[in-house]
Design a protein around this ligand. Structure first.
Ligand code: NAP
Length: 323
């Protein structure tokens, strides 16, 4: 079947972290975009201020491409109540993450294309990098190719949000979903914050100044990650002092040991067997419990910003020169 890139209407459902940047980038890339919102949505005004057209969920769901950019745990009900009743063969259902399809919250019509374009990063960067003339790289996967043009349609969407300016990788819904959830839990949103907080608390409990502990355990974490991204792990180790390198290798296996790796494997198993997804969908109405103990770190940050008004914790160089 022939396909003209950029020719289809795109309904973006949800105007949050990902929905807004996707809608704005697609519009600025010349695509025909509307934004579907629930009745009385607080986002309607922002959509209008951004120069886009806000429509009902059902109206957006009638577009050629329907992008569900909602909290993953809400996708099932929005699909059931607003999208499925108007769904038709030949449409493309688009996602930024595979959760709802992989864990069976949504069963699309057999005649629909189903794909994901998952930018590797938060929505604010999807927009900021696009505006800077670049983009965020993205994973692309096709779950269902009813029209035999699902890949072309997905790549057209990836181009519209700016991802192809940098690069895309083809994957599967399963791999995208599992690796994303595991990365969030074991490293990005679980492991790293826990390690940072435990390091801070160890110093403060031993009587050291909270501001000094903050600089060492929080602020410098960004600098070391920036070094790893810019120069690789080996380059980072070459760039730090021999004392830091020696002390680091000494702590390396004591902190991440067999017990830590066993826990990581357990987290992965719970994601793979679907028990995490089931637990989260059931727990979501009660909201997300916040681990205790973050306030002192944020107070130390505020204290430093007051002491050093010129200090920009985010303002450190984001890339070091290549070796
Ligand atoms: N956040 C990230 O950095 C990131 C990165 C990569 C991929 N993703 C994926 O992108 C997708 C969207 O995530 P997100 O973080 O952008 O979501 P989000 O910001 O939490 O989505 C908020 C939007 O969803 C709407 N919404 C929530 N519940 C609704 C309901 N029951 N009916 C209708 N609309 C509803 C909200 O409507 P109102 O405006 O009316 O409140 C709002 O516009 C997910 O699949 C996620 O996994 C996210």
């Amino acid at each position: 079947m022939s396909y003209a890139p950029g020719s289809e209407t795109i309904g973006i459902i949800g105007y949050g972290n990902q929905g807004r940047p996707h809608a704005l980038n697609l519009r600025d890339s010349g695509r025909d975009v509307v934004v579907g919102l629930r009745e009385g949505s607080p986002s309607a005004e922002r959509v209008r201020e951004d120069g886009l057209r806000a429509v009902s969920l059902e109206a957006a769901a009638r577009c050629d491409v329907v992008a569900l950019l909602l909290p993953d745990e809400r996708m099932g009900e929005v699909w059931r109540d607003h999208v499925a009743p108007v769904a038709r063969d030949g449409q493309m259902l688009m996602f930024a993450h595979g959760f709802a399809i992989h864990f069976g919250l949504i069963q699309p019509l057999a005649g629909m294309d189903v794909a994901l374009v998952s930018p590797k990063g938060a929505g604010k960067w999807v927009r900021a990098m696009y505006e800077a003339g670049s983009g965020l790289p993205a994973l692309v996967a096709v779950h269902q190719d009813a029209t035999e043009r699902a890949v072309a349609r997905a790549m057209d969407y990836a181009e519209g949000i700016g991802a192809t300016r940098v690069g895309t990788r083809t994957t599967t819904f399963r791999a995208e979903t599992i690796t994303d959830l595991f990365g969030e839990q074991a490293v990005l949103c679980g492991g790293i914050p826990a390690l940072i907080q435990a390091g801070y608390e160890t110093l403060v409990d031993a009587g050291y100044e909270p501001e000094d502990a903050y600089l060492e355990c929080v602020y410098e974490a960004k600098l070391i990650v920036d070094l790893m991204l810019a120069q690789g792990l080996a380059g980072m180790r070459r760039a730090i002092s021999p004392t830091a390198a020696y002390g680091g290798q000494r702590a390396f296996h004591r902190l991440v040991n067999d017990q830590t790796r066993t826990e990581m494997k357990r987290l992965l198993n719970e994601i793979e067997d679907g028990s995490f997804a089931q637990e989260w969908v059931q727990a979501a109405p009660a909201g997300v419990p916040v681990p205790p103990g973050a306030e002192p770190l944020d107070a130390a940050r505020a204290s430093l910003m007051q002491e050093w008004p010129e200090w920009r914790p985010m303002g450190a160089p984001t890339s070091a020169p290549r070796p």
